[in-house]
Design a protein around this ligand. Structure first.
Ligand SMILES: C[S@@+](CC[C@H](N)C(=O)[O-])C[C@H]1O[C@@H](n2cnc3c(N)ncnc32)[C@H](O)[C@@H]1O
Length: 490
């Protein structure tokens, strides 16, 4: 049963709010921006891509998949030149083949006795040398490393997983105008007045004046809408890649009647991309694979999709697709994690805040995560709390902070097994804070306790603890004139 609501976050990406959890799934400042700034850019993954043949990633709490999407997008962007090169090499090879065939036919017509193995006679322009050079360059290109990713996605809500690639990646400037503006003001009078004024100015929503619009909006509405940074945009092919993985995972049970209800819902329609839905249905029905060769109309249809339709062609970013293997584990992450073997180079931990989802911040769950982090791997999470940091410390992680240059502040926590991977370690002050009552972690020895039980267990420990409270600690530090600023990092 659907209990969540969609909204637009301030960078134009779609966010979710859950009634049952009474929590937002994404930062209202920007769901996509958050994924890039808290999970992708500070992870150091950029320097690993294309230096190793394989990277394993664990996305704990996949939701509608922004962290995975941003990661795939980042890898495609970094590889774009190489991928294009591969595509152009393929096209070139095709051309050579065609030329070979054409010449073969001509020669055959002229002289049936011509030997097709004699390339020199076939190549009218005598550019055999060129062809040899090309084949050589193909061989060298093949040796370049293109890192392959395996992404294991853990999520409890199947509906979210299924709709994740069907959601629009970003809203258009028109939608910003018609959807966000009225919401911000919640006042249609102002909206219509301003709209009239703007239309008089004959604003056209084209790429080149996008900036003007956001500037205008800032000026007129004094809101803090931020247009998404260009480097944070999700690459077009990402959703197609995820659809292909989901079709493979669910076979013909991907677009079920329940999902149809969600994507057809009149109120929700604007959040979904029609192209992606069509592509998903087409993939699920597998018309191209199973249609009879004797069915002429069916065949023409297939030829159209395979060779003519631009949209379909765009979707066929085959080389990129091969680089990403996505596996979905739709269950309580505490159960799913026990099924996972091997170790991960990158782990995203994006569970709800600990008071809402204590089961995913317990010492025992984090211990399972620790076991699955490779020696050079890194874990990223948005939480800055003493409780979360102490839970990592209890599990022998080295713990540090995620620094955001733009905002000039720390926006999350990183954990690793290797000390040198921590760029901004916790200060003495912050470690001290972890050792107060605020840092008392949640416990779930059997990994299947009810939320309430986990919360109660900690409450009991908290009440009976002899540790200082965090405010006592802060007071004692300030009376001794030690504060966060003059504290050194350890
Ligand atoms: C903050 S949201 C994650 C947002 C997500 N990373 C995204 O990009 O959309 C938390 C997610 O955790 C999921 N969740 C809650 N409890 C869970 C559990 N015990 N196991 C697995 N997933 C859980 C929720 O369904 C929700 O999608």
């Amino acid at each position: 049963m659907r209990d969540y609501e969609f909204y637009y976050t301030q960078d134009g990406s779609i966010g979710l709010y859950s009634h049952a959890d009474d929590d937002v799934y994404h930062s209202k400042f920007g769901a996509v921006t958050e994924a890039w700034e808290k999970f992708i850019l500070p992870s150091g993954i950029t320097s690993k891509i294309n230096t190793v043949p394989k990277l394993r990633v664990l996305d704990v709490c996949y939701g509608i998949g922004y962290n995975t999407k941003a990661l795939i997008s980042h890898a495609i962007n970094l590889n774009e030149d190489k991928l294009k090169k591969e595509n152009s090499i393929k096209l070139f090879l095709k051309k050579i083949k065609n030329k070979f065939k054409k010449n073969f036919k001509i020669k055959n017509k002229k002289n049936n006795l011509e030997n097709i193995n004699n390339i020199e006679t076939i190549d009218e322009n005598n550019n055999l040398e060129k062809q040899e050079m090309l084949l050589e360059s193909i061989e060298t290109n093949k040796q370049e490393v293109l890192t392959e990713f395996t992404v294991d996605c853990l999520e409890i809500n199947e509906e979210l997983v299924k709709i994740s690639p069907l959601l629009k990646t970003l809203i258009t400037p028109q939608e910003i105008f018609t959807r966000i503006v009225p919401r911000i003001f919640d006042c249609f009078d102002t909206y219509w007045k301003i709209r009239k004024k703007l239309s008089k100015m004959a604003l056209k929503f084209t790429c080149k004046n996008k900036k003007e619009i956001s500037e205008l909006l800032d000026l007129k509405f004094n809101n803090n809408y931020d247009e998404i940074d260009n480097e944070y945009r999700i690459h077009d092919f990402v959703n197609y890649i995820i659809i292909n993985s989901l079709v493979e995972h669910y076979k013909n049970k991907y677009i079920t009647s329940d999902i149809k209800k969600v994507i057809k819902n009149r109120k929700l329609k604007r959040f979904f991309a029609r192209n992606l839905i069509k592509y998903a249905k087409f993939k699920q029905d597998s018309r191209y694979n199973f249609i009879s060769k004797t069915n002429l109309l069916g065949n023409l249809h297939n030829i159209y999709y395979d060779h003519l339709s631009n949209r379909y062609k765009k979707a066929k970013f085959k080389v990129a697709e091969k680089l990403f293997k996505l596996n979905f584990y739709v269950n309580d992450a505490r159960k799913s994690i026990l099924e996972l073997n091997g170790q991960y180079d990158l782990i995203f931990l994006d569970a709800f805040t600990f008071s809402k989802a204590p089961e995913l911040w317990t010492v025992e769950f984090i211990a399972e995560i620790y076991r699955r982090l490779s020696p050079n791997g890194i874990l990223m999470t948005y939480s800055n709390s003493a409780l979360v940091r102490n839970t990592f410390l209890e599990n022998n992680f080295y713990v540090g902070k995620i620094y955001n240059k733009k905002a000039d502040k720390f926006i999350g926590t990183v954990a690793a097994k290797e000390k040198s991977l921590i760029e901004h370690p916790l200060t003495n002050y912050e470690i001290g804070l972890c050792n107060t009552r605020a840092g008392i972690p949640y416990r779930d020895p059997s990994l299947n306790s009810e939320k309430k039980e986990i919360l109660k267990r900690r409450e009991y420990e908290f009440k009976n603890s002899e540790l200082m409270t965090s405010s006592q600690y802060m007071r004692s530090r300030s009376s001794n004139n030690i504060n966060e600023e003059n504290d050194e990092q350890i």
